[in-house]
Design a protein around this ligand. Sequence first.
Ligand SMILES: Cc1cc2nc3c(=O)[nH]c(=O)nc-3n(C[C@H](O)[C@H](O)[C@H](O)COP(=O)(O)OP(=O)(O)OC[C@H]3O[C@@H](n4cnc5c(N)ncnc54)[C@H](O)[C@@H]3O)c2cc1C
Length: 550
Amino acid sequence: MVSVSRDTAGDASLDVVVVGAGFAGLYLLHRLRSLGFSVRVYEAASGVGGTWYWNRYPGARCDVESVDYSYSFSPELEQEWTWTERYAAQPEILAYLEHVADRFDLRRDIQFDTRITSCHFDETTDRWTLLTDGGERVVAPYCVMATGCLSTTKLPRVPGVESFAGPTFHTGQWPHEPVDFSGQRVGVIGTGSSAIQSIPHLARQAAQLVIFQRTPNFSVPAWNHPLDPDYVAEVKAAYPERRELCRQSQAGFPIEGTPGSASTATEEERAAQFGAKWQEGGLRFLGAFGDLLIDPAANEAASEFLRTKIRERVEDPAIAALLSPTDYPCGTKRLCVDTGYYETFNRDNVTLVDLRRSPIEAITPTGVVTTEATYEFDALVFATGFDAMTGTLANIDIRGTDDLPLIEKWHDGPRSYLGLAASGFPNLFFITGPGSPSVLSNMVVSIEQHVDWIADCLDHLRRTGLGRIEATPEAEEQWVDLVAQLAGLSLFEKANSWYIGANVEGKPRVFMPYLGGVNTYRAQCDEIAANGYQGFSLREGAHRVEARVR
Ligand SMILES: Cc1cc2nc3c(=O)[nH]c(=O)nc-3n(C[C@H](O)[C@H](O)[C@H](O)COP(=O)(O)OP(=O)(O)OC[C@H]3O[C@@H](n4cnc5c(N)ncnc54)[C@H](O)[C@@H]3O)c2cc1C
């Protein structure tokens, strides 16, 4: 048991403060506690789970296969937990994370219902001071932001957005009790991943469902199904090799070998490969060829294949055309994975409104007014996504040396070293921060890698008697340039995606994730650590973290 002592100011004195209790915060707490650090996690929600605590909308499920979208750190956990579906639904993923919290006795070091509002570095003590929304003050030499890439919801910027008199729901902040839309006229604003998952469910309940679409998205069927116990047994028996494949892959999936090139394949070979990947379902489609996100012609072939599938699934050709993206390459906005999304538009109670043709002018107490029509609703669903990757960090008043606010440093786009740290912000780490593979990967793989790297780093500092670590401005500069260069070699900058901040007005247009691949990235991080944390300046801090006996 970790003892929490009091510092001279009377604050809880810890080695590490962690913000967030999702996949990242939970594993970090376990890992650091096992190393004998005293750790406390602060979480705004009333329970664990992060994304899977908040996103309870009907149809919410993972789009990385469950057996891979799970922790690898504990072989016992791997063996005792059994996923029931190819893509687990939100209640099952939340139950898994609750099980993890109980199994590893994590809750005793998590303070729920507590939002961190500010986080300031004190150069005289080399410590971070954090304030909570309840007025509590927490001091620790190290602070880790496990605050999530998709945890700050966003409403559309439309006049009167708060004025609707009926119930409103954001998919990312869904109520805990089931919502019954039976017999109601429901409007859905947005057609990204969450909309694509929820719309088929909402359409089956509501009397009328009107979907407001600004930008259509590409989606591939999930072909979700219950998992065959023999398959689960096979996966469990081979988990060590499977996890290693994930770690050594481009995006954190258990894929062997390198895909060929669409540009050198014949038309028949391309059609056969796209068809095969379509039949496999889900995100694997983008792995059909290695150049789909690099070569415009290769991508256009894939995009056209997906558009053909939309035309096959939607009966009305005009609706099919509206649902077919034509102005960005597939995969450069997050590819969606659906169950019956396009077929939903064949229902009599479903209407698609094209906001490019008739934008929303206002939301009123009774509905939505576009430039062409007025729609009356009993309930409104905002599936308008998140201020991704930086939004949650920007909501915390984070200040480093010289009282520099992080939002000021990141005014023209996020600047980090490895997506893990930033110069001017000593002893502060980000999990899956901008500049790391994060949202372009199976995030559990990336989260575990970051947690392990940070834990090893803190252990190294303790063993060597060094208390302060900070990314150098030069290393950060080079890393930011590399992230930008890789983005420039890809097609990603051709889309107005949340990867590039385009969904938030005023956000700088900078591609945020690192595109070099999970495998290459891991090797770089490991090499940097092996070389004495190259690119970081390490020195004795004004504090000393002692090993504790648990
Ligand atoms: C609907 C949906 C489906 C997804 N499906 C997949 C998938 O299939 N595969 C995949 O790889 N990824 C998926 N993701 C991405 C998902 O976010 C990650 O996989 C993963 O759950 C992130 O874990 P995390 O712990 O880093 O962050 P989160 O789960 O977002 O947890 C962060 C926590 O920090 C808390 N927090 C934030 N700010 C503060 C503060 N100031 N004070 C206190 N607490 C704070 C939040 O309340 C939250 O609980 C999905 C995301 C969404 C929204």
